[in-house]
Design a protein around this ligand. Sequence first.
Ligand code: SF4
Ligand code: SF4
Length: 278
Amino acid sequence: MSNIQEQIRQRVRTLLEEGVIGYCIGWGATRFEDKTTPVFITKPEDADRLVWNKYCINGTAKYLLDDWYPEKKIGVIIRGCDSRAVNRLMKDKQVKREDLYLIGVPCDGKENPVCEGCQHKNPLVYDELVGEIVSESVNPDRFKEIEEFEKLTPDARYEFWAKQYDKCIHCYACRNACPACNCKECYADQARENWQGKQNNRNSNQVYGLTRAYHVGDRCIECGECERVCPMGLPIMRQTKKMLKDINDLFGDYECGLGDDREHVLGEFDLSDRDEFM
Ligand code: SF4
Ligand code: SF4
């Protein structure tokens, strides 16, 4: 059992015993050795169900949306990416800082391809830290895949995405896992006529996918959850990465969920903005 895991269990047990938190969101074991599952620990004696290992992959912050009016603070175990998701939810006014008790754990990388390019292993916001701060590195290849894709002709790019959306089963898993997809009512769930098609066909799937990408394009924290949960293997993160790359090209260095004020690029305007397209 890892030392970090034991420390997490002890802290959660104590926080529950002292009544600081009502429950804690973390990871628990499953019957598969290489899988964990999000768990909600409500009793001190259950704190030993928490695990910390290389298979703690699911984002924990999204579950905060399931409890709008908590009676006590919600404890959440957060890595760097989860802390960005918490910042995302706070910035979007979906959760309040005073309702949260954040147990930060510097991340050593998980069995998840997106972790290879991670630039924020340490939590950016927390109430207490378990473990030691780890060194960070800048990923020089952050947009490499997008740069390669941009070299294709418009027809080839369209063909690529058309084939991808032919595979999509319109299941909304990408939306459900995404911390930036946090509207209490999603446009995709509207039942009104001529709003958003529910059919599973290329056109309807593309409209859904591209609209979602635009909705989260300047708020994506690059956690990779959308892509990880897609049952059909669509490389959907490429869409938001393209948006982030364009924002970086147009406005300078830009990352979301860092807790600073420089966000919502697509939701603001300034009279000095470039407008040569007008
Ligand atoms: S990587 Fe995907 S799941 Fe994560 S914030 Fe961006 S769009 Fe949402
Ligand atoms: S998770 Fe994949 S299959 Fe499901 S709606 Fe999103 S892109 Fe389509």
